[in-house]
Write a protein that binds this ligand. Sequence first.
Ligand code: URA
Length: 185
Amino acid sequence: WASLEAAIRDCRACSLCRARKQTVPGTGDRQATWLVVGEAPGAEEDAAGLPFVGKAGKLLDAMLAALGLNRQSGVYIANAVKCRPPENRTPECAEIDACNRFLNQQIDWIQPTVIVVLGRPAAYAVLGREASIQSLRGTIHYREQGDRRIPVIVTYHPAYLLRQPEEKWKSWQDLLLAQSALSSH
Ligand code: URA
C-alpha cells in the first residue's frame, strides 16, 4: 500500500497533477467488504489528503451509518481520480483512464464483496462505460476482477443529493439493493 500511495503521489500521467495540493488515494479498511467509489477530490479533500471530508462526505457518512457501517471498519472509500480537477470540474474520461490502474490495484488488493459507485464518472471508472445514473441504477452490475465477479451498484453522488434531497429515497433503495447483493453472495 505504501508503494501504491507513493506511485499515486509521484504520478504525472495527466494534467491534474499540476494544480493539486496533494493526492487523495483513499481511506478505510483495506480488507473491506464494501468499496465505495466517488468521483474526485474537491478543495477540502485536496487540502486534507483524504476523500469525502466535506459536506458530501458528511452525507456519505450518514448513508453508511444507516447501513450500520462506518469508514473505519468494513468500508474503503476511494475516488475515480486521485487528484482534484481545477474548479471542481467533472473529470474527463481520459483523466479517469489515466488514473484507472490505481483504482484497479485497490480493487485487486481489497477484494471487496460489493462496490457502490457514486455518480456517473465513478460508474465509468468501475464499469468502463458511459451511461446515465438513471439507466444504471436499480440493477446489479458486475465487474470482472481476476477470477472474481464483484457486484456493482450505481447510485447518485451525495453532492447531487445535497442539491436534490427529494431523490435521497432512491439512493436508499440502491443501498438496500447493495445490501441484498451482499447477503446473496
Ligand atoms: N466528492 C467525491 O466524489 N469525492 C470526494 O472525495 C469528495 C467529494
